[in-house]
Design a binder for this molecule. Structure first.
Ligand code: IPE
Ligand code: IPE
Ligand code: MG
Length: 250
């Protein structure tokens, strides 16, 4: 993909967001409210992933990026972490063939070195299998942190230009974990919190933010459309004035 950046050039605004990035939050509270163990919320959350992926396909979204496990989620009780890992393995086992049949490309980004060999192999296999698919790209962010991403990209950039001390955005961008995708147009966070929680820090520079109180397991196709409708009502100025935009469209 040709490198595009919302800060070095004014990007084109698309009616249907090309790239939607989602913090799938509220699984635990959804379960607790029902007197269920937190993991029941994570299990139900996988169903929502399916719903949202299907909605992205039918709406013509090109990239959907899902925050599944943050670099800070290791701070959770060991039991919850290991249940989440197991759930990730089962979801891969169940969903990859279906994704492949639907021409979906799967990517997993994050510091995968902390995952066990089995999971790492499954991820590599799933990515390889779906690599040439040309439909929706689904990116799962696992052990991902926005600061980790920027730091690992800086490391690679410096290594690629020995002795150099002055760098440009264009030199950093290809080393970011999601260099294959345009910057997100729309960010959705479910679960009521209004924060970024170390998700895509670099890439969200000009993304439209949408927050909803709905817990992720309750998030539906209708609610996804509501988020898109909200996005379509925004004026994406990218630093310019509203008048300048009006002139362009007239
Ligand atoms: C999001 O739901 C899933 C992960 C972080 C893995 P949570 O587990 O954070 O649910 P709440 O926020 O505690 O309700
Ligand atoms: C963000 O949710 C990470 C994921 C959804 C994977 P958290 O539940 O971990 O975020 P905080 O702790 O409320 O900020
Ligand atoms: Mg949470």
């Amino acid at each position: 993909m040709k490198y595009s950046s919302s800060t070095t050039a004014v990007p084109e605004a698309h009616k249907v967001p090309r790239h939607v990035a989602i913090i799938m939050d509220g699984n635990g509270r959804w379960a607790t409210k029902r007197f269920l163990p937190r993991v029941a919320g994570h299990v139900k959350g996988v169903e929502t992933v399916r719903t949202v992926v299907e909605a992205c396909v039918t709406r013509g979204v090109e990239y959907v990026t899902l925050f599944a496990f943050s670099s800070e989620n290791w701070r959770r009780p060991e039991e919850e972490v290991s249940l989440l890992m197991r759930l990730f393995v089962t979801a891969l086992e169940r969903e990859v063939a279906k994704m492949h049949a639907n021409n979906i490309r799967l990517k997993v980004v994050g510091d995968l070195s902390r995952f066990n060999d089995k999971l790492r192999q499954m991820i590599a296999q799933a990515e390889r299998k779906t690599a040439n698919n040309t439909g929706l790209t689904v990116t799962v962010c696992a052990n991902y942190g926005g600061r980790w991403d920027i730091m690992q990209a800086i490391g690679k950039m410096v290594a690629a230009h020995p002795g150099m001390t002055d760098f440009s955005e264009e030199q950093l961008a290809p080393h970011l974990a999601m260099a294959y995708a345009p910057e997100p147009d729309l960010f959705i966070r479910t679960g009521g919190e209004e924060r970024i929680s170390n998700f895509l820090l670099w890439q969200l520079a000009y993304t439209e933010l949408y927050f909803t109180d709905t817990f992720w397991p309750d998030f539906s196709e209708e609610q996804f459309d509501k988020a898109i409708a909200s996005y379509q009502n925004r004026e994406r100025r990218f630093g310019r004035t509203g008048d300048q935009l009006a002139e362009k469209t007239n």
